[in-house]
Design a protein around this ligand. Structure first.
Ligand SMILES: C[S@@+](CC[C@H](N)C(=O)[O-])C[C@H]1O[C@@H](n2cnc3c(N)ncnc32)[C@H](O)[C@@H]1O
Length: 191
């Protein structure tokens, strides 16, 4: 009888350990799908988001033909969703590699025909027909992103970089809000 009691307890313990290990693996997989290791899917928010949206809105209001706007690393779609709702005549594309933000943003955009999210490494996305590029990435990515923009973007394209500037090129405008973290850089034509 005592033997059975021990077998029962050890089995329960093993089952609990297995449940714990599977849960840990689930949490790990979920977290790693949330974002790239070095550019976490934090969002532009508060005053920074408002300022960036207003800057892009000014550009789009002044455009005399439909524009293609691309967000490199679109996260949860925080910037593109309000823009696509406000400007039905312009076309918006978000490129996002991380699983969870991609599917969430795609779901949020389901009723907007002028907004698409693409699950792809943005370094492999062709920018040659893009009029406006925005990005909120991290410093070490910027040299490679700069080279890509210089190589592929049409000469008159506009680039807006949040927090981290392009390298080698001087911005046409640097807009600093309250802290240096709340800064964005505007480039009107890269060449
Ligand atoms: C800081 S978030 C910015 C999100 C959004 N643009 C915003 O301003 O709210 C950066 C996003 O870039 C994505 N990202 C980083 N490198 C990428 C790559 N090579 N290709 C596609 N997405 C990438 C990350 O997964 C993350 O969601």
């Amino acid at each position: 009888m005592e033997f059975l009691w021990w077998v029962f307890n050890i089995s329960i313990l093993l089952i609990m350990l297995m449940v714990f290990a599977v849960s840990l693996m689930g949490v790990y997989l979920f977290c790693s799908s949330l974002g790239e290791r070095w550019a976490p899917p934090v969002r532009a928010s508060g005053k920074l988001k408002a300022a960036v949206l207003s800057e892009i809105s000014k550009e789009l209001e002044n455009a005399n033909m439909p524009q293609k706007v691309v967000d490199l690393g679109s996260g949860w779609g925080t910037l593109l969703l309000p823009l696509a709702k406000k400007f039905p005549n312009h076309h918006f594309v978000g490129i996002e590699r991380a699983l969870t933000p991609f599917y969430v943003s795609q779901f949020r955009a389901r009723k907007l025909s002028n907004l698409e999210f693409v699950r792809q490494d943005f370094f492999t996305y062709d920018l040659s027909d893009t009029n406006f590029v925005m990005m909120f990435l991290i410093g070490f990515m910027m040299p490679k992103v700069t080279e890509k923009c210089l190589k592929e973007l049409p000469k008159n394209a506009t680039v807006l970089a949040v927090r981290f500037p392009l390298t080698r090129i001087e911005a046409d405008a640097v807009v600093k809000l309250e802290t240096s973290l709340e800064t964005y850089y505007l480039y009107k034509g890269l060449v």
